[in-house]
Design a protein around this ligand. Structure first.
Ligand SMILES: [Zn+2]
Length: 346
């Protein structure tokens, strides 16, 4: 068997020396190192040899195998180098050309603005908390002062989960706003609390330039003794100045949300026309950016905060809307249509 291995080695090497292309090299590999090659068969046949022969034959066969493998990879390298040399000679390969630049990923514009928004509130002493996107009716509506059959439920086109409780009611949904986390946080903590909740929310809505079925919100709230509307105003005006420029003016107007009393919508003076009127602000000079208000006493009572001792404010805003305003984007669908021409601008 040792002799046979020697013959095999000589034959394999002389064939290998004449190989000049990768295809023949692969054929050589199959015939000398493949599953059906003579060497592999020999290695398999070792078990049938007498014990005294087996040892020496096994060692020699394995040594030949690794020798052939090594020769193969050396030959492979040599063929590659020869190919490159030929290409350079023919002028087909210009090694002085710059390489392909590595393309770097970047943060999605929504995430970029979301981080800016969070940074602003964190600097004002708010803590960032996240919550579940699949929510119970109780947290999304009931505890926020929106009982079953309350007409205010129509304000949030809801995507319900295909699930019913033991009473046969659908009570699990994709959260329509980040407000459920107000309740979840307050249930587990005592005032003072100052929290913002960034995250995805879902609406059962046909999409158009200003509506998406999924978008981001940032919810914020603070509860303590002696918190007043002035604190709400101060916090949100400062936020608007830091995000949209320090010369921004802001305006509160009455609005209705079931979980606040009183409720307001906040607008900033248009930073394009400075209040003179343009297409961005629909010629009004003002741009609405968020809804807010003082947390309704019923909501506080529900989480066992005494509304005679504690008061608080809450606000919520769409993240894409902030981004659209800040960068002059006119269609919310651009954010999630995965068009690199759009995404690469940020
Ligand atoms: Zn304007």
């Amino acid at each position: 068997m040792i002799n046979k291995l020697e013959e095999l080695r000589a034959k394999a090497l002389s064939e290998l020396d004449s190989i000049k292309d990768p295809k023949s090299l692969e054929a050589w590999r199959i015939s000398y190192l493949g599953r059906k090659s003579e060497l592999t068969q020999m290695l398999r046949g070792l078990a049938s040899l007498p014990v005294e022969e087996r040892r020496a034959a096994g060692a020699a066969a394995n040594q030949l195998k690794s020798f052939l493998e090594q020769s193969l990879s050396q030959r492979e390298e040599a063929i590659k180098e020869a190919e490159i040399a030929r290409a350079i000679e023919k002028g087909k390969l210009d090694v002085t050309l710059p390489g392909y630049p590595t393309t770097l990923g970047r943060l999605h514009p929504t995430i970029q603005i979301l981080r800016q928004m969070c940074d602003i509130f964190v600097a004002m002493g708010f803590e960032v908390v996240e919550g579940p996107e699949v929510e119970w009716d109780y947290y999304n509506f009931e505890a926020l002062n929106i009982p079953q059959d309350h007409p205010a439920r129509d304000m949030w086109a809801t995507m319900w989960m295909d699930y019913r409780n033991e009473k046969g009611e659908r009570n699990m949904l994709l959260r329509t706003h980040t407000s459920p986390m107000q309740i979840r946080v307050m249930e587990n903590r005592q005032p003072p609390v100052r929290v913002i909740v960034p995250g995805k929310v879902y609406r059962y809505e046909a999409t158009d330039a200003t509506h998406e079925a999924m978008f981001y919100q940032v919810e914020g709230f603070a509860v303590d003794k002696n918190i007043t509307m002035a604190d709400l105003k101060g916090t949100l005006f400062e936020f608007a100045r830091r995000l949209f420029g320090k010369e921004r003016k802001a305006r509160f107007r009455c609005d209705y949300f079931p979980f606040v009393e009183p409720g307001v919508d906040m607008a900033i003076d248009c930073f394009v026309c400075k209040g003179a009127g343009c297409s961005l602000c629909s010629n009004s000079g003002w741009i609405e950016i968020l809804g807010a208000g003082m947390i309704h006493p019923e909501v506080l009572r529900r989480v066992n905060y005494d509304p005679d001792i504690y008061t608080g404010f809450a606000f919520g805003m769409g993240v894409e809307r902030m981004s659209m305003l800040k960068y002059g984007i006119d269609d919310i669908r651009l954010f999630y249509s995965n068009d690199l021409r759009f995404l690469k601008q940020f």
